[in-house]
Design a protein around this ligand. Structure first.
Ligand code: SIN
Length: 312
């Protein structure tokens, strides 16, 4: 029997798998189902200051090797998720939970940070700086100055365990610059990566974009994203302070994919498209496949191979 225990800061998890924010986490009922699955933890949908209906449908489409989405942050408002998280931790004191929030502008983050700081929530808060799908709003973390301004303001008021969700980066200079910036802040974790922003998928029968919002542009997830996710986790693991943990997100369809994200340095691995396509049984399947991979490689526990990628 292998041991799947992992940790982030002072938080302990008995399985490295969790949902990715946006999948199976819109309502209390969905969150409860993830909590009752084999997943080691759960994250809420990114909540905004006010509830949002999101973008017009169709706004998600399955693709041969993944998915495209332009959901546009539909959510019930951050207060709904904060209330859920506070009640959840009271009922499950040994099960950590992540609260995700997203601003539609820089000022939103500080306002929500103040409210979470003042609340009874003691879990982990993910500040999503990478949503590619709000029309007219760029992905914040591609702008280093704005990111720094948000984090400067935020950490003046926020003293609880915090992380940020990042978009994919594609150049070593971008990794260097973003890691230099992040290392200045008391972050507990990062989540890397959000979807590959602004891809396009076309229906061959009608020559029409598959989704309606933004002329068909949307975030790409699933197997298409795997090499980019591996590279981002690896690049940030090599550059960030050791006390900043990484949640690896992107491209998981097998236990081997989970194993590889951990090999690149992830402490937890979140499931997006695969959870959307397969539903909750994905957690049991991938747990079994991860255990089989670890056994085949002769590893008993996650720390035995976390970050142990070899290079030529
Ligand atoms: C969305 O709601 O559009 C997805 C959220 C995200 O990618 O951050």
């Amino acid at each position: 029997m292998v041991n799947l225990h992992t940790s982030i800061g002072k938080f302990q998890f008995n399985n490295p798998l969790m949902n990715a924010s946006g999948v199976h986490c819109m309502t209390a009922a969905e969150l409860d189902e993830v909590a009752q699955s084999p997943a080691g933890t759960l994250v809420t949908k990114s909540g905004t200051l006010e509830a949002r209906a999101g973008n017009p449908e169709p706004r998600y489409a399955g693709l041969a090797l993944g998915s495209i989405n332009s959901m546009g942050l539909p959510n019930l408002g951050y207060q709904y998720y904060l209330d859920y998280a506070v009640a959840f931790q009271a009922a499950h004191p040994d099960q950590p939970i992540f609260l995700s929030i997203a601003g539609t502008g820089p000022a939103d983050y500080q306002q929500m940070a103040e409210a979470i700081q003042a609340s009874a929530f003691t879990g982990l808060t993910e500040f999503n700086l990478s949503c590619p799908n709000v029309p007219g709003k760029p992905q914040i973390a591609y702008d280093l100055d704005t990111t720094a301004r948000i984090l400067d303001d935020l950490f003046k008021v926020f003293k609880k365990p915090a992380g940020i969700k990042l978009p994919p980066f594609f150049d070593l200079a971008q990794f260097d610059a973003m890691a230099d910036l992040l290392n200045r802040y008391p972050l507990t974790f990062i989540n890397s990566i959000n979807s590959l922003g602004n891809g396009l998928a076309i229906d061959p029968a009608t020559d029409t974009a598959l989704i309606r919002p933004k002329g068909g542009f949307g975030g790409i997830g699933g197997a298409y994203a795997k090499p980019i996710a591996l590279a981002n986790v690896r690049a940030f693991r090599e550059r960030l302070r050791p006390d900043i943990a990484i949640i690896g997100t992107g491209g998981v369809t097998s236990g081997r994919d989970v194993y590889e994200l951990i090999l690149c340095g992830a402490s937890l691995v979140s499931l997006g498209t695969v959870l959307q396509k397969e539903g909750l049984p994905a957690f049991a399947r991938l747990t079994g496949e991860l255990e089989a991979e670890m056994t085949a490689k002769g590893y008993d526990a996650i720390p035995d191979f976390k970050g142990a990628l070899k290079t030529l």
